[in-house]
Design a protein around this ligand. Sequence first.
Ligand SMILES: *Cc1c(COP(=O)(O)O)cnc(C)c1O
Length: 395
Amino acid sequence: MSHYQPDARGYYGPFGGAFIPEMLYPNVEELRAQYLDILADESFRQEYQQLLRDYVGRPTPLFKAERLSKHFGATIYLKREDLCHTGAHKINNTVGQILLAERLGKKRIIAETGAGQHGVATATVCALRGLECIVYMGAVDMERQKPNVARMRMLGAEVRPAVSGSQTLKDATNEAIRDWISNPTDTHYIIGSVVGPHPYPDLVARLQAVISEEMRRQLLEQAGRELPDYVVACVGGGSNAAGAFYHFLDEPAVELVAVEAAGHGVDSGKSAATTVLGRPGIIHGSRTLLMQDEHGQITEPHSISAGLDYPGIGPLHAFLADSRRARFLSITDADALQAAQLCSRLEGIIPALESAHAIAALTALPLQADDVVVLNLSGRGDKDLETYLRELHLA
Ligand SMILES: *Cc1c(COP(=O)(O)O)cnc(C)c1O
């Protein structure tokens, strides 16, 4: 078995597990006991693959970016997750989890969201399957991310503001957990990244693994080789990176590059570079690397990109960092903005700010002319246009 699969208790090396309140145990245990069987079931696989094809729009193209290749001095392929329905990879996971929820007999879906992207991906699949959808969101985040609140409402979801604490993501998470404890039988909680108590990190990684499955096939078709020299992806919680790395984890010839947000710089006090600044701790029900102060209080992260503005990383990534299987880089707000402009003008593709961090990281790699790089373009930049115009002085 792969070295990078969690053990029976959900540990990747020293990271992972399920640190949950007693009251939540039956809910998580039901999921843990059934998820692998459901994912392996033929009817699930058929329905999942059909929805990925006809609804999400998979396979997403693998695009040889000629002008970026010339610029960076190696062959660069972009995996176009930005072309997925709703504009990012997040829907791969929510499509899978809604089918799982149906098989568990659930009628009601809850989720929490920070920037609103996962909330939109969840509201979308709930509309598709006719399930009730409640999304918890910090009141401050609701104010900051109005277009996504509007999308969720248009899709028929109820957006409930979390008004405690800093009124951001962790408060929304607390509300969602409280809801799940009160509604143990009819409700499924859709977590949006490779975070949370076991089995969520493994469940979400498996549902995103379609990304690297397609990469291998497409690279073989286009370049005559299945294995690139590098796979590069940005890391917030780590789901798009987990999906992009998954089928390369046991291929030591492939260097895996995970790109975190440095914000204003890792030493600036305004950063989200968890592997640089974090120490082991417990967040969101798992033991992982976490930005915290000397009292173990979570430190407020910063990134210009809402999707990377998270104080932890998933336990698989903590293990990949700790074991040095993946190379972790961090990219500042300013460098990500420049990379977004570069990609827009060299390829006619406006990337999400999150994905722009991955592009910027290409500068930091010792690329050779015959190297093949696959970069996971996790999402499209429409949501970030206002930021681009303001920060790049284009307006
Ligand atoms: C949410 C998001 C991310 C970060 O989440 P991961 O779980 O780390 O993938 C990255 N890119 C885009 C476009 C996103 O919407």
